[in-house]
Design a protein around this ligand. Structure first.
Ligand code: KIV
Length: 266
C-alpha cells in the first residue's frame, strides 16, 4: 500500500475522491484495514465501550490508548494512524496536553492525534500544530461530553446549535486542524460545512456529503450485537458467523470429532 500522507489526503479532497477511515484497536483488524487500502486508521477511544465493555469512553486512560495504538501500528506499518486523546488527557493544561500528545506520537508511531471539542480547544490545537503535531478535530456529538450533552443524540437540529457547530468548525479550521470529524448531525449541516471547508471533513452519522466516512471496525463487521445506531451499516453479520464457528467447535469437541488425525502430531 502506498503511504498515505496529509498531502495525499488533501489531494483526494481536491479531486472529490472519498476518504475512508476505520476506527479499530488491535493488530489483526489493523492489518486487514491496511491490506484492503483503507486510507486512515483511527485508534478511537470508543475502545472503552467496544473493547472493554464500559458504558462510556470517559474511563479510558492514556496508557490504554498508547497500548492499543502500538498494536495497531504493528499491524498497519504503512497506514496513516490517528490516535484519540482520551478524556482528561488534554483538558487540564496546555503543558500537560502537549506532553501527552507528544508521548502518543513518540511511543506509538502514529501520524496524528484527535481531540474532541470546538472553540474551547482551538488555542490548544494552534499550539500543537505549531510544534509539529498534526491534529484532527471532532465536533457535533462528542462522546467525551456525553453527560453535558444529555446522552447520545443528534447535535445541530436547532438553529442555535447549528450555528454553534459551524463556529466550532471554523475555529478548529483556523487553528490548524487538517481534518475534522463531524459526528451525529443533520446531513444538511454537514453538507454546508463541507462545501465551505478547507479542512477535510470525515462523517459518522452526518450523511453522505462529507469528504470521507469513518466507521468502527466491530460495527461494520457485525460483531457489536447490542446497539445498532441508525448510521451503522453491517457489511457482514460477524456475530452470527462467529457463533456458528464456536457452536461447531463445541459440538465437535464434545463428540470427539476434533482434533482429528489432521490436527494432531504423529
Ligand atoms: O472513538 C471513535 O471510534 C471515534 C469515531 C467513531 C469517530 O471517535
Amino acid at each position: 500500500m502506498e503511504g498515505v500522507t496529509i498531502r495525499s489526503l488533501f489531494k483526494k479532497k481536491r479531486e472529490g475522491k472519498k476518504i475512508t477511515m476505520v476506527s479499530t484497536y488491535d493488530y489483526l483488524s489493523a492489518k486487514l484495514c491496511e491490506q484492503v487500502g483503507i486510507d486512515c486508521i483511527l485508534v478511537g477511544d470508543s475502545l472503552g465501550m467496544v473493547f472493554q465493555g464500559l458504558d462510556s469512553t470517559l474511563p479510558v486512560t492514556l496508557e490504554e490508548m498508547i497500548y492499543h495504538a502500538k498494536a495497531v501500528r504493528r499491524g498497519a506499518k504503512e497506514s496513516f494512524i490517528i490516535v484519540d486523546m482520551p478524556f482528561m488527557s488534554y483538558q487540564v493544561s496546555t503543558e500537560e496536553a502537549i506532553r501527552n500528545c507528544g508521548r502518543v506520537l513518540k511511543e506509538t508511531g502514529a501520524n496524528a492525534v484527535k481531540i474532541e471539542g470546538g472553540e474551547e480547544v482551538a488555542q490548544l490545537v494552534y499550539r500543537l500544530v505549531s510544534i509539529g503535531i498534526p491534529v484532527v478535530g471532532h465536533i457535533g456529538f462528542t462522546p467525551q461530553s456525553i453527560h453535558a450533552l444529555g446522552g447520545y443524540r443528534v447535535v445541530g437540529r436547532a438553529e442555535e446549535e447549528a450555528q454553534r457547530v459551524k463556529k466550532d468548525f471554523k475555529a478548529l479550521e483556523q487553528a490548524g486542524c487538517f481534518m475534522i470529524v463531524l459526528e451525529s448531525m443533520p446531513t444538511s449541516l454537514a453538507k454546508e460545512i463541507t462545501e465551505n471547508s478547507k479542512a477535510i471533513t470525515i462523517g459518522i452519522g452526518a450523511g453522505p456529503y462529507c469528504d470521507g466516512q469513518v466507521m468502527v471496525f466491530y460495527d461494520l463487521v457485525g460483531l457489536v450485537e447490542d446497539i445498532k445506531p441508525k448510521f451503522v451499516k453491517r457489511y457482514v453479520e460477524g456475530s452470527i458467523l462467529f457463533k456458528q464457528a464456536l457452536s461447531e467447535f463445541k459440538k465437535e469437541v464434545e463428540e470427539g470429532l476434533f482434533p482429528s488425525e489432521e490436527e494432531s502430531y504423529g
